[in-house]
Design a protein around this ligand. Structure first.
Ligand code: PRX
Length: 662
């Protein structure tokens, strides 16, 4: 570690050099940046050739019809073969692929040979259930090995999975099943969370009942995990539609003859929040996605064959796709998969698992680090974390205090931290330090990954100078880029490629600045999207959920700074006259309503019942002013309001109580 000029510079000027030993043996060294800059497509072609192809590609990139990219044109491969079989064929079948740790304490190790058998059996079973290449499968699972197996089985038969986060409600599940017309739902009776069973299957039943005759679902494949529902009941089974995993998968053959698919064969759709209410189905395809997920995993975490890796994300988010299911397995890595929460049964659970499994590469989110900071450094100090050699973060900028805490208390003061900027849409890491190369600054994602062209531009699309801020854009296509929004090419073009159309840049929706050395610092979203605990939530979506409650006439939602979650959801609502003052429990009622409509993660931290909302003459809600209120600041310039007395009314009329944590 070297700290330059610590005495006369602010804390944020600290720089952490890569440890010499790591740098000397790093997978990626500084010259790779030069090589990629000189021949970007050649660099990605080499990365693609780390995969095993049935038919090699003829062309690296076809960009003749922008922004619709085709990568590795003419090539054919099977994604699941690359993630599983080829390691067994190379004689590494006995290597552990997954160390599963259940929340109640049950454990299960799956070797690559066992994973191959499980994926093959699941592939045979879903084929029996009528799934063919191109069909969509919705996966709604707890964090158990079957979630990864289901995704890989889907990939193996060329189906398209859409994983819906298990914390989402039945309504969210229904809208996703409907949008992508899923034929099969793979779920579990439930999982364990916070020490007790948490049901999933009833939400599937509810979602399909809601879709009624319009439901595209033919079968529901159910893993038995908890055996009982939250209430201790038997799980309901719908005759003819529902089948148990242990009946059909366990009985299936371990031999499955896979076929190879075109490079651009669809692999999955991942729904994410946009600025309008309707979630966007981000489409990723096979070879380009796998190339970048696999290569970045190897490069960013400096993965070596004897490493034990752990990513704490859920498979229901893009991080779980690229850095649990696909990237690590494509590299034949050993990883931990943990079902539960970090504080069950005690707040040292994560550190206990790291010590037990000798985890060497650890990937988590700043919000989790802040929570652990709150709990205190005495908790990790009780465990032997000396196996850790590279730490990662993702989801939002990490505050320098949290970075330094993470480095000191988890990384033993020496493990480099990779602050990885990327998105559901980008599929894989785009801006990040490399642990053997970069002298990293706490709070900065530093520089574009080799082969990725990122820039910070002004309103006119011109690059800003060092020390200046602007919009983050990607100026050239990259292998794991989204290909479109499921069923909506126009929205794809409009959302990502219209802001800097003349230049042909992808606009990520984030603000950023370049510091005096040209390092990139992310400044958050420039649109109406919030970032709560590293997850994107759309203000519009939550507003629509609030307005769907019979007592609510109008709602405005803003993200307010929050010490733990980064941003927190704050809602301002105007009640309908018929609702009177809403009643004593109106705040709890509305919070629960949002929880039901979208999921607990979207529940507002605060609901404030107000008589008016601040609007411009054209009727646009001035969220900036509401944010001032939510963050307890002096309210800013309100002169463009149609009625300038509104802010006084709001400040005076706030009746919202701060909600309990849950
Ligand atoms: O605002 C950026 C933030 O998360 C957004 C992408 O969210 P999502 O698609 O849900 O994917 C999250 C996991 C990849 C980005 O537009 N973000 C993500 N990583 C970082 C970040 N902001 C700052 N620093 C990061 N390392």
């Amino acid at each position: 570690m070297s700290e330059h000029g610590i005495s006369n510079l602010s804390r944020e000027d600290r720089v952490f050099e890569p440890p010499a030993e790591l740098a000397a043996q790093a997978n990626v060294t500084a010259d790779v940046y030069d090589r990629a800059a000189q021949d970007r497509l050649g660099f990605w072609a080499d990365a693609a050739h780390r995969l095993t192809w049935g038919t090699d590609f003829e062309e690296v990139l076809d960009w003749t019809n922008p922004p619709f990219a085709r990568w590795f044109v003419g090539g054919r491969l099977n994604v699941a073969y690359n993630c599983v079989d080829r390691h067994v064929e190379a004689g590494r079948g006995d290597k552990v692929a997954i160390h599963f740790v259940g929340e109640p304490g049950d454990t299960r190790d799956l070797t690559y040979a066992e994973l191959k058998d499980e994926v093959s059996k699941a592939a045979n079973a879903i084929t029996e259930l009528g799934v063919q290449a191109g069909d969509r499968i919705a996966i709604y699972m707890p964090m158990i090995p079957e979630a990864v197996i289901a995704m890989l089985a889907s990939a193996r038969v060329g189906a398209v999975h859409t994983v819906v986060f298990g914390g989402f409600s039945s309504d969210a599940l229904a809208s996703r099943v409907e949008d992508c017309e899923a034929k099969l739902v793979i779920t579990a009776d439930g999982g364990y969370r916070r020490g007790k069973p948490s049901s999933l299957k009833p939400a599937v039943d509810e979602a399909l009942a809601k879709l009624g005759d319009a439901s595209p679902v033919e079968h529901v494949l159910v893993v038995r995990r908890t055996g009982r529902s939250e209430e201790g009941d038997e799980v309901d089974v719908t005759e003819g539609r529902d089948v148990w995993w242990h009946d059909v998968v366990d009985a299936a053959s371990t031999e499955h003859a896979y076929t190879e698919f075109d490079s651009e064969h669809p692999l999955f759709v991942m729904y994410t929040s946009g600025t309008t209410g309707k979630p966007k189905g981000i489409l990723h395809t096979s070879a380009g996605y796998l190339t970048q997920a696999a290569y970045t995993f190897w490069a960013t975490f400096d993965h070596k064959d004897d490493d034990v890796y752990w990513c704490t994300a859920d498979v229901g988010w893009i991080t779980g796709h690229s850095y649990i299911t696909y990237g690590p397995t494509a590299n034949g890595a050993t990883q931990v998969l943990y079902e539960g929460t970090p504080d069950t049964p005690h707040k040292g659970r994560w550190w206990e698992i790291i010590a037990d499994k000798k985890v060497s590469l650890f990937y988590t989110a700043p919000t989790a680090i802040r929570t652990c900071m709150k709990w205190g450094e005495q908790i990790p100090a009780e465990h032997d974390l000396s196996s850790l050699r590279v730490l990662g973060t993702v989801g939002e900028s990490i505050n320098p205090e949290a970075y330094v805490w993470y480095r000191e208390n988890i990384g033993g003061g020496s493990a480099p931290i990779v602050d990885t900027w990327w998105q559901t849409e980008t599929g894989a890491h785009m801006i990040t330090p490399l642990p053997g190369v970069t002298a990293a600054k706490p709070g900065s994602a530093m520089t574009a990954f080799p082969g990725v062209s990122a820039e910070v531009v002004d309103d006119a699309g011109e690059p800003v100078g060092n020390g200046e801020g602007g919009y983050l854009v990607i100026t050239e296509p990259w292998p794991s880029m989204l290909r479109t929004i499921w069923g909506d090419d126009d929205r794809y073009v409009d959302t990502y490629w219209s802001r800097f159309k003349a230049q042909g840049y992808y606009f990520a929706g984030d603000g950023a600045k370049k510091d005096d050395d040209g390092a990139i610092w992310l400044l958050g979203r420039v649109d109406d999207v919030m970032n709560v605990s590293g997850h994107r939530l759309s203000t519009t979506e939550i507003e629509s959920a609030l307005v769907s409650h019979p007592k609510v006439a109008e709602a405005a939602v803003v993200g307010a700074a929050d010490e733990t979650t980064g941003q927190a959801v704050c809602a301002f609502v105007i009640l309908r006259e018929s609702a009177g003052d809403g009643g004593e429990d109106v705040v709890a009622e509305l919070r629960n309503h949002v929880g039901k409509e979208i999921g607990p993660i979207a529940k507002p931290r605060q609901v404030m019942v107000v008589p008016e909302l601040p609007k411009t003459r054209s009727g646009k809600i001035m969220r900036r002013l509401l944010r001032d209120v939510a963050e307890n600041r002096e309210v800013g310039d309100a002169t463009t309001l149609a009625d300038s007395s509104v802010m006084d009314l709001i400040t005076a009329g706030m009746s919202g109580a701060k909600a309990d944590d849950d």
